[in-house]
Design a binder for this molecule. Sequence first.
Ligand code: ATP
Ligand code: MG
Ligand code: FE
Length: 383
Amino acid sequence: PLVLGIETSCDETGFGIVRGTELLANAVASSMEEHVRFGGVIPEIAARAHLEEYIPTLQQALDTAGVTLEEIDAIAVTSGPGLAGALMVGVAGAKALALAADKPLFGLNHLVAHVGVGMLDGVAKSGTGPAAVVLGEGNLGGEESADRPSAPLPESLGALLVSGGHTEILQVNRLTTDVTLLGSTIDDAAGEAYDKVARLLGAGYPGGPVIDRLAQQGDPKAFRFPRGLSAPKFVGTSGEPGQHRHNWSFSGLKTAVARCVEQFEAAGIPEDQIPTADIAASFQEAVADVITSKAVRACTEHGITHLLLGGGVAANSRLRSLLAERCEAAGIGLTVPPVRLCTDNGAMVAALGAQLVADGVAPSGLDFAADPGQPVESISLPA
Ligand code: ATP
Ligand code: MG
Ligand code: FE
C-alpha cells in the first residue's frame, strides 16, 4: 500500500511516504532553532511551527515521491505520546486530509513507529546477527545495503529508544499487535540529561551533539559518575527480578556532574580551567555504560536476539560503539538505522501504517483524539 505518514509529536514536522516497505519520501522541518534561546522545546512554539510547516512539508514529500494525495491508500498520523498541542496540530491536519481526500486514517503510537522504521527495505537488510552492523548516514537503499543479506527483522525483536523525551526498551512480539514495555527511565530521558549537563558546563543546546564533540577531547575515566539503578538491589541478588531491574534513572548522574563542577568552583579554580572535556567524556561514558548494559541484560533475560536502536541519542558516538561491542559479545544482532530515520520523522509513521494496512488492521476513523500519554501497548487507536 501507498501510505502517507505524519509526525508532529515534538519539534519535528515530518511527512513520509512509503510503498509497502519501500521509502519514497521523508520530508522533515524542525523548529529546533526557535527553541535554542530557551534551552528546551517550548510546546506552544512547536505547535505553531507545525501549523506553519504543515502544508509546505506535505507538498515536499508528495513532490519527492512523485505521487498525488489522491493516489495515497491510507494516512497514518502520530496520535501519541508527545506534546499535547503539537500532537493536536498533526491529528487535526490528518483528519482534514483524510476527510477531504476520502482516505482511511490511522492514529499511531510514536514509540512503535520508531520501531516501524526497521521494516523499511534498506534498514531491514542492514540488520545481521549476531555480528552488529552499524550503518552510517546515507547507506539506506544504496548499493551497499542491496549487497547485504536480506534479513528481515526477526521475531524476537527488542527496541531501544533514546531521545530527548524517551529512554525505553520495548519487546516487539509482533509490530502491529503485540508490543510491551520492558523498562524505561523513572526520571529524566537520556537526551534530557545531555541537555541539562550541557547547560551545567555552559556548552550550549541541544546538549547531545555539543557534549559528544567535547567528550572527544576528554578522558572518559577521569571521573567515575554513578550508573543509576544498577546496584545489586535493583537487580535481584540471585538473579530474581529486582525492583527497577530494567529501568534507568539519570537524575543522580546529573546531580553528580553538578557537584563535580561546584567542587572546582569552591576550590577557586577559574572557570576556563575546569576540565569540562573530561567531565563531558566521563558523563557520556556513564550514560552509554548504563544504557547499554541494562538494554543487553533486558534482551538476554527476555530471549531477544535482535535489537533495533532509535531516537535522537542514537546519534551518540559512544552509545553506538559500546552497544555494538556489547551486543556482539552477547550474541545479539543490532540494527542502527541512519540518524535521519532515528530522529523523529514521518517515514517511520508511514512504515508502521503500511504494516497495519498489510495486516488488515481496521483504521481509527475520524473521531479519535491525540493522546499525550498513549501507552506503548496501544499501537494504533481503535475506531
Ligand atoms: P522524542 O523524545 O519525542 O522522540 P525529541 O525531539 O526529544 O523527541 P529526537 O528529535 O529524536 O528527540 O532527538 C533529539 C535528542 O537527541 C536531543 O535531546 C539531543 O540532545 C539528542 N542528541 C542528538 N545528537 C546526539 C548525540 N550525538 N549524542 C547524544 N545525544 C544526542
Ligand atoms: Mg526532536
Ligand atoms: Fe521520537
